[in-house]
Design a protein around this ligand. Structure first.
Ligand code: PEP
Length: 244
């Protein structure tokens, strides 16, 4: 049984002061949650505040939106996996379509980052969006089976990100099955069955439940709708409802 994983990708939004008041509202609304995994992915500047708040809400995990593959060195403006790890970060988004389109990330840099993240004890959320087989084969190249099962894949059709247009549950399910079949060929059927595959692209309270009901949709990566604590809380409740 794959535990559903709901992740809030804030992108370049919310100061650490706004993040604190967001979390206050959000935690007040959701109460204790243990049957789905919640990952908050703020800008780097809000990670310490969120890490501190999550000490009192250990079911909240912290993620980062990006990292560099080197451990340290002359890479002005970059952040390493170890720097994130010591801030209690557990997940890191790698290869988001905005990073591929706007910042020149390639399947090769994605692959370097995936290896470096795993080595530091972070779990990568690897985003794939168009050429699924190639992005998976190159992005996850040379991973051991042991590492592969630590990974989360986020399927994010580019036309659905931030546009208000969502893949239908059937379209998303079909893409997720295809992704799992590629993972099966790469790592074997058993391990592929353990990998969680999130859907991303204009997920909101109105469509979350139908999407999360699909058997190969193991969670969601949520941008716009996660900026409002009430709407992210509603999505969490929908995810819990699917299980009961
Ligand atoms: C995303 O940032 O990964 C995303 C899916 O954004 P949105 O939910 O706004 O489409």
């Amino acid at each position: 049984m794959r535990k559903k994983i709901l992740a809030a990708n804030w992108k370049m939004n919310l100061t650490h002061i706004e993040a604190e008041s967001y979390m206050h509202t959000f935690l007040g609304e959701i109460g204790e949650v243990d049957d789905v995994e919640i990952v908050m992915i703020p800008p780097f500047t809000s990670i310490p505040v969120l890490a501190q708040i999550s000490e009192k809400a250990p079911f909240i995990r912290i993620g980062a939106q990006n990292m560099h593959w080197e451990r340290s060195g002359a890479y002005t403006g970059e952040i390493s996996a170890t720097m994130l790890r010591v801030l209690f970060v557990k997940y890191v988004v790698i290869g988001h379509s905005e990073r591929r389109m706007l910042f020149g990330e390639t399947d090769e840099t994605v692959n370097r980052k995936v290896h470096s993240a795993l080595e530091a004890g972070l779990r990568p959320i690897v985003c794939v969006e168009t050429v699924l087989r190639r992005q998976l084969e190159l992005g996850l190249k040379d991973l051991s089976v042991k590492d592969a099962v630590e990974i989360v894949i986020a399927y994010e059709p580019v036309w659905a990100i931030g546009t208000g247009r969502t893949a239908t549950p059937a379209q998303a399910e079909e893409a997720h099955r295809f992704i799992r079949s590629v993972l099966s060929k790469m790592f074997g059927t058993g391990p592929a069955e353990r990998v969680r595959i999130q859907y991303g692209g204009s997920v909101k309270p109105e469509n979350a439940q139908e999407l999360l009901r699909q058997s190969d949709i193991d969670g969601a990566l949520i941008g716009g709708a996660s900026l409002d604590p009430h709407s992210f809380a509603k999505i969490i409740r929908h995810a819990e409802a699917v299980l009961h």
